[in-house]
Design a protein around this ligand. Structure first.
Ligand code: PGA
Ligand code: ZN
Length: 427
């Protein structure tokens, strides 16, 4: 038995930012080193994501994770006993093989991810490395500070469908450093809140810490974004630009995209026209899930119309290398959102990043709407030279935990990636 072989795998049910149960795994090595990690959880989930194992039944509204916890303490603990934690790819493939299903539905994607990330943390402590350096070593990359894509206004499933579009985000395109980017975002969010208050618009807090003004039309929200940039003293399109997450999969209703708040049922062609119109009228540089996850037939038309901006696949690709490969082959979208729990293991998410990059696609490391105090994503995005990070608004500690860790990494001397990671990629 080596010093870094696994002596104990433990787990417990803890609670995420929405107060829902989630899985925390803890690994202890033969040398006594121990670390833990927590699984996040989405609300506007894609069909191709790894399966989140929940108990059902009456307790915890059916969302308990006792089965996932038991799977870790039983089968997974036995599987990994004595395994060298430094072999992350080996550990991850052993977990996937033991599950035996494509979507990790037997042991639970939430159980497997928590163990995978706990192993990564534990090996990092054992090797006495900063986490972003350990990740860079596994990925073969040079760390950098990612450009944040930050939620300012929220709708969709994160704000009780108060607006049809899920996220109106800001990208501080012109910032010269991460801390300047963060300060600009902070200012814009404050300006947006002030502008709403001045107009007597109630802005409830959405799941990712964004403002939920519940505008009837998306144009009202886009106008407010531009006004907030200006009120913050930033030039729209140069200093600050808009990114949208349409989360179109969650608008699908029969054959149409149903924009309930604005009272419109749109065909794929109508939706493409609408997004094209918005992109000409507003400083929009990125659109995520502009069409649904099953609308592969219409994605080429969207990509053709808007190839000059970043087109991101979230539910579309679901952090599955095979789906990203299919997208690259079909030439649809030009960026992949990377959510570790959509894939299920750290190594699997890394493979998704590699697949995207090999295809010339940009990557955006993303949190879920249900997050935890775990700040792993900051080191992940920095470690893999990820280009961009999307972790919600600058509110609530499950979000700030990551933004704060990026401030520490900036202090440690990591270089700023600026806008170079945005698609279409600049060679
Ligand atoms: P989710 O939302 O975590 O609820 O899936 C995030 C997103 O759609 O990007
Ligand atoms: Zn999304």
């Amino acid at each position: 038995m080596s010093q870094t072989s696994i002596a104990r795998v433990h787990a417990r049910q803890v609670f995420d930012s929405r107060g829902r149960p989630t899985v925390e795994a803890e690994i202890t090595l033969a040398n006594g080193v121990s670390a833990r990690a927590q699984a996040p959880s989405g609300a506007s989930t894609g069909k191709a994501e790894a399966h989140e194992l929940r108990d059902g039944g009456a307790a915890w509204g059916g969302k308990g994770v006792a089965k996932a916890v038991a799977n870790i303490k039983g089968e997974i603990a036995a599987l990994l006993a004595g395994f060298d934690v430094v072999d992350q790819p080996g550990l991850d493939s052993r977990l996937r093989a033991a599950d035996g299903t494509d979507n990790l539905s037997r042991l639970g994607g939430n159980a497997i991810l928590a163990v995978s990330l706990a192993a990564l943390r534990t090996s990092t402590v054992a090797l006495n490395l900063p986490l972003h350096e350990r990740i860079a070593a596994l990925a073969g990359t040079t760390p950098s500070l990612p450009m944040p894509m930050v939620n300012i206004l929220s709708g969709g499933l994160h704000a009780r469908r108060g607006m049809d579009v899920q996220d109106f985000l800001m990208i501080p395109l012109g910032a010269r450093s991460y801390s300047e980017a963060f300060e600009w975002v902070w200012r814009v969010r404050a300006s947006a809140a002030d502008l709403c208050a001045a107009r007597d618009i109630t802005t409830l807090l959405a799941d990712e810490g964004g403002l939920a003004p519940g505008f009837e039309t998306s144009e009202q929200a886009l106008d407010l974004m531009v006004a907030a940039f200006q009120a913050a003293g930033l030039q729209p399109g140069r200093d600050a630009a808009i990114a949208l997450d349409i989360a179109a999969s969650s608008l699908v209703d029969g054959e149409a995209y149903n924009f309930v708040r604005s009272g419109k049922r749109l065909s794929s062609a109508d939706l493409i026209d609408t997004l094209t119109r918005w992109t000409s009228a507003y400083p929009i540089v990125s659109i995520e899930d502009g069409l649904g996850e099953d609308d592969w037939a219409s994605w080429p038309a969207l990509t053709e119309k808007l190839a000059h901006i970043q087109l991101v696949g979230d539910d579309l690709f679901a952090t599955q290398p095979a789906r990203i490969e299919r997208g690259v082959a079909a030439g649809i979208a030009n960026a992949a959102l990377i959510k570790v729990n959509q894939n299920g293991t750290f190594s699997g998410a890394l493979e998704a990043v590699r697949t995207a990059r090999d295809g010339g696609y940009a990557t955006i490391i993303s949190a879920r709407s249900g997050e935890t105090e775990d700040d792993f994503l900051a080191d992940f995005a920095a470690g893999i030279d990820g280009g961009q990070i999307k972790i919600g608004s600058v509110r609530n500690s499950e979000r700030l935990a990551k933004y704060n860790q990026l401030l520490r990494l900036e202090e440690a001397g990591l270089r700023w990636s600026g806008a170079r990671g945005l698609a279409p990629l600049r060679a």
